[in-house]
Design a protein around this ligand. Sequence first.
Ligand SMILES: Nc1ncnc2c1ncn2[C@@H]1O[C@H](COP(=O)(O)OP(=O)(O)OP(=O)(O)O)[C@@H](O)[C@H]1O
Length: 623
Amino acid sequence: MRIRVVVKKRPLSKGERNAKDVDIIQPLPSLSTVIVHQPRVRVDLTREVDAVPFSFDGCYGERSTNREIYDTAVSGLVHAAVGGALATVFAYGQTGSGKTFTMMGSDMTGNRRVADANRGLYYLAARDMFRLVNTEQYRHLKVTVSLFEIYGGKLLDLLQGRKGVKCLEDANGRVCFLGLSEHDAESAEDVIRVIEAGAEQRSTGTTSANADSSRSHAVLQLAVKLRNPPPTRRRGTASPNDNEVGRLSFIDLAGSERGADTDRADRKTRLEGAEINTSLLALKEVIRSIACASRDHVPFRGSKLTQVLKDSFVGENARSVMIACVAPNLSNGEHTLNTLRYADRVKEKGSGDAGVDDFAAPADGVNGGNGQSRQNRRRSSAAGPNAAAAAASAAAAQARPSTANAAVRRSSGSHPASSASDEPPRRSLDGSGKLSELLNRRDSEEARGAQTAAVADKVRAGIRRRSMANAKASSGDDVENRFERLMRPAQKQQPPPPPQPEQDDEQENDDAERLKVASLNLVSVHRAMIAGMLGMVKKEMHMVNSTDADRDGIEDYLEGLEILQDKKIEMIGNVREALGAWKEARATKQRPAGGRLQQRRMSASKWLRDAGGEFEEDEEDLR
Ligand SMILES: Nc1ncnc2c1ncn2[C@@H]1O[C@H](COP(=O)(O)OP(=O)(O)OP(=O)(O)O)[C@@H](O)[C@H]1O
């Protein structure tokens, strides 16, 4: 598996700036590292800010353009696809973190001022692909475009009025899409016209984080095919892949964190959220399985998303780039950390196999690659993931020299600004001689490094503001009430998602995979809760003892207590949600195979009744 992972930070939005939200993400592009300034409350109730570094194969700050990402991380895939590879670019991140902006470009996210540098990756890749197939060497090839979405466990062709598409495997084990329309295109402008038509059909809606949020995974395929294919050898053996030489797919994943919407969202939004979470969980499970060489079964059938992505993970010709998109603000800090941890996990598994040359465009001038892109590639190749990690620690240490480990702790009582005298002595950490080169490069980031203290100060000011706002907000709905609500017997289970009119065997396998994913999720969420609770008991003991000894600290004690209780409520809620999902998956799996069709019809009409008839088109499908 050759996969390259890069991270992209979007700028603070106007709304976030107006709400005086704080920017806690510090990108260090030349070190391919991003630092998250995460606020914490210590057991003695002093507040501090941890600087948590993450290193990837590339890092792009809020001022980086899509063009920059394309030149350094994606352009090589265009050449690879024309040369016969199955290449995939997928954008991962919470809702509103800039995935659609990166993939489709600034104009597609309501930002009408389209700077050429912020054209989407779709456009930039298509432009280079057409330039390539118009050269003498590739004149025998053509490019076709397809666009579909994965919504509610179904594949829907966005260029054919959301008609259903089947995802199957051909005789060679390659994923193919039956019923998917393919449209000939001769230029990048043709591709954009096709995408614009399809984008209007995409399932979107409003979430708390994004007014025009994608509620499905959108997949754009640029297939490189033979212009004049030889006649098919035998009737009945034709596959949609027969004339395909290579393929470049772009996947704009739906927002990774929908939990935040569960309180206020309607039923439909919650069901969509559950489906999205299940598919992203299945994706993580696939990556984990591929990484464990001992596991011979990779659960590609865990979700439609992983079935579609199978080609991106297996085989010599598979190459993928994951773009982890993150929001910069403090309110989204937890989601951002989750995204970065997820991306870190993917990088750990895949990047080791990925040489920079697999992703960099050859210097044939076709991609319009500029000097900057080559320079960036050289940089990233010299640094490498491990070196970048060491450099990240060094950069973090620069901000807080007394720190022994990777996290930089800063007490709220004192926050000295970084100064030249704070700088740790330069010494060789890896003995390879590369470190001095890295440290020199780090100098170019010195100004940013010095900003760390300022960022931490801003974060602290933000926390203070938010604590006061929370105190006001919580007066109407106190913690005990929320606890009580959670401890009540579980509410009526949500009816299962609408059943699919597919073959029984396939359904049975899907059900088994779904149950497996749900069990894994349940156990890991439960384990996280136990670990969290144990940590909290220690903190609570300390809080109680110190407040007993000094009653003047009661205000801080109350604030700390509320924070801990909120965390507990959140953790219990997570476990109950995972338990509900598991019960639902078990109930679906236990239905007798013989009566499945009848059962499906019955549960479909029940589901439709419960959903208040919100999916009339599905009822039509089931008939
Ligand atoms: N690099 C950027 N520069 C300026 N604005 C940006 C940038 N990235 C994202 N935005 C803005 O942030 C908002 C949310 O971005 P976008 O719709 O791309 O998020 P998303 O991750 O696709 O969300 P969802 O998963 O909900 O669809 C949009 O208004 C977009 O214009």
